[in-house]
Design a protein around this ligand. Structure first.
Ligand SMILES: CC(C)(COP(=O)(O)OP(=O)(O)OC[C@H]1O[C@@H](n2cnc3c(N)ncnc32)[C@H](O)[C@@H]1OP(=O)(O)O)[C@@H](O)C(=O)NCCC(=O)NCCSC(=O)CCC(=O)c1ccccc1C(=O)O
Length: 338
């Protein structure tokens, strides 16, 4: 009883405290590894069985295993890691001297790693980030911008970041942007394409395109409007201002802001929390959220998930089996649900 009263006072105090950072608001994952779910619940005055069972997520550091070659290609512009036994893959744009601006090779390498992470059954969440603390990504490398796109070693001008945007959109596993420093131009669009964005308090967001003779009239505009609304999207693009992490959070551009020194830790906690949940539920939910906005392509993605599930049922298998056995299928035993 006394403990409950203390807990209630604690909750009230936390609600009234000024400058309460967003990441502490729900505080489901505040528990350290040593805290039992019960003690965590009491400290947070959360007493439901749901919180006792699901509430506490360990915060200990992960051990990253670096992968230097993917599909026989040696990675140059990015670092690719998988967390030891955790189900997390991390793709880091590694051009800090250019504020992690991307060139065609960078995008090509990210796409290879995205495919690898998608195909790896051990991986359940993918983190996209930038090396260092100054930038997540500053967009297309203006130094290799030619006429018709960004030019790589093959001399072909490309806008292949558009393919990466689609790949992230259709990735059946959650993709989390972990943002420190600048996420501007095509870098801001990449973080927008990710399912979730966790930003450090030094993060800066914005579109610079209209100042450097560029624009993204695809997802870069339409997805932004869906996230922040039409008026704000027009402001961001037409004025090409830069916004703080807190401003980005307030307008719905990102999910949370954490102190820079907590960025990795908090991201891993979010990953672990997601990884506890049903992978099928997550993939169908992502497809459904996409389908509401992606027209026929979105329905195709959602429909593919229905087929995936149907193939795992006795009813689906009866059709295949009957074909292989050269007999008429017997679907009479399967329910016609109301
Ligand atoms: C990001 C800054 C605000 C950071 O400023 P600051 O911390 O002061 O660092 P700097 O001294 O400016 O930069 C350090 C160093 O990095 C170089 N650099 C930074 N950004 C880029 C870049 N994008 N390209 C090339 N080089 C870059 C900079 O020159 C410095 O080098 P030094 O040799 O030391 O001089 C600031 O750097 C900044 O404003 N950067 C430019 C941001 C920008 O305008 N980006 C391009 C926007 S347009 C775009 O991204 C289009 C992308 C695209 O491919 C596309 C095309 C068509 C449809 C869609 C897309 C899409 O969706 O992406």
């Amino acid at each position: 009883m006394e403990g409950d009263a203390h807990g209630r006072v604690g909750v009230l105090t936390r609600h009234l405290a000024p400058d309460r950072p967003d990441h502490t608001r729900l505080a489901l994952s505040e528990a350290s590894t040593s805290a039992s779910p019960e003690s965590t619940s009491r400290r947070q005055n959360i007493s439901s069985s749901y919180q006792r069972i699901h509430g506490s997520v360990p915060r200990h550091a992960v051990r990253w295993n670096s992968i230097s070659m993917v599909q026989q290609v040696r990675l140059q512009d990015i670092i690719y890691d998988k967390a030891d036994g955790e189900g997390v893959a991390k793709i880091t744009i590694n051009r800090p001297e250019k504020r992690n601006a991307f060139r065609p090779e960078t995008i090509e390498e990210i796409m290879r790693c995205m495919t690898d992470a998608r195909d790896d059954p051990e991986i359940g969440v993918i983190v996209l980030t930038g090396a260092g603390t100054k930038a997540f990504c500053s967009g297309g490398d203006q130094g290799v911008r030619g006429e018709g796109g960004y030019v790589g070693p093959d001399k072909v001008p490309r806008l292949n970041v558009l393919d990466l945007q689609v790949q992230i959109r259709r990735m059946p596993k959650p993709v989390i942007a972990m943002v420190a420093g600048y996420a501007v131009g095509g870098g801001n669009i990449l973080q927008m394409m990710c399912d979730i964005t966790i930003a450090a308090d030094n993060a800066v967001f914005g579109q610079t395109g209209p100042k450097v003779g560029s624009f993204d009239a695809g997802y870069g505009s339409t997805q932004m409007a869906r996230l922040v609304g039409q008026k704000k999207a027009r402001e961001i693009w037409f004025l090409a201002r830069l916004y703080t992490a807190q401003q980005a959070l307030d307008m719905g551009l990102i999910n949370t802001v954490v102190p820079l020194e907590k960025l990795q830790e908090e991201t891993i906690v979010w990953c672990r929390e997601i990884l506890r949940n049903s992978p099928t539920a997550l993939r169908v939910l992502k497809a459904a959220l996409n389908a509401a906005e992606d027209g026929q392509a979105g329905l195709q993605e959602l429909g593919g998930n229905a087929t995936l599930l149907f193939y795992q049922t006795p009813e689906g298998n009866e059709g295949r089996q009957a074909y292989l056995e050269k007999r008429r299928p017997d679907f009479s035993k399967f329910s016609r649900f109301p």
